[in-house]
Design a protein around this ligand. Structure first.
Ligand SMILES: [Zn+2]
Length: 215
């Protein structure tokens, strides 16, 4: 049996966002990544969203004393933990598919930054650089997934929900106060039927995390 998962998330953006793109711009050092279709709007790429949720899920499980490997480095991906099951590893593909989140009609501006010398606590000469920033009030993300049982769909939804709630900032330059967000909506459909928050909470309490503890 194939069970289909669809998640629609909405985050409130509490600050500007920066994710560096490939595109070169004459007047800015670090330009934003934009939609590949017509290059009009800034986006949060699917890979960034996935990486961000993975990182948040890892931190969360470790906080609960459950093993979760470090997915930021290919050498440390274990292929057996709950995070690898959901987000994939070199041994097994992820059952999830993420889409780019387009920040339609976002306003953009440019911030100047300076690189600081940690040693001398002064600015490096000629190290002033500009970063393009997108401003929008909401970020909408969509995730699809295919699983072999309803239980697996619910476990996946529960972990993604917790990860989305716990993540605090996305994208580059997070340490400079960009990319702050807050989960506003998290809608889950299992084969076109809405899953309630209660069902996800039950799942977390009963089995999703229990499995990890028993490992
Ligand atoms: Zn792992």
């Amino acid at each position: 049996m194939i069970c289909r998962l669809r998640i629609d998330m909405q985050f409130h953006l509490l600050s500007g966002v920066h994710i560096t793109g490939e595109q070169g711009k004459l007047w800015v050092d670090k330009a934003l990544v934009v939609d590949w279709h017509n290059g009009e709007y800034p986006i949060v790429p699917a890979t960034t969203l996935k990486g961000w949720l993975r990182e948040s899920a890892e931190r969360l499980l470790r906080g609960l004393g459950i093993h979760a490997c470090d997915g930021s480095n290919a050498m440390t991906i274990c292929g057996t933990c709950a995070v690898c099951d959901l987000f994939g590893s070199p041994k097994k593909r992820s059952p999830l598919s993420f889409q780019d989140a387009v920040l339609s009609d976002a306003l953009t501006d440019v911030r100047m930054n300076a690189s600081l010398s940690r040693y001398r606590k002064t600015t490096y000469e000629e190290r002033l650089f500009s970063t393009e920033i997108a401003w929008h009030n909401a970020l909408n993300a969509k995730v699809l997934g295919f699983f072999t049982s309803e239980i697996d769909v619910k476990k996946a939804a529960a972990l993604l929900w917790l990860a989305a709630k716990a993540g605090f900032a996305i994208g580059a330059v997070r340490s400079r106060g960009l990319g702050w967000l807050e989960l506003a909506k998290f809608q889950v459909q299992l084969n076109n039927t809405m899953l309630s928050y209660d069902e996800m909470t039950d799942m977390i309490a009963k089995s999703a995390l229990q499995k990890g503890v028993n490992k």
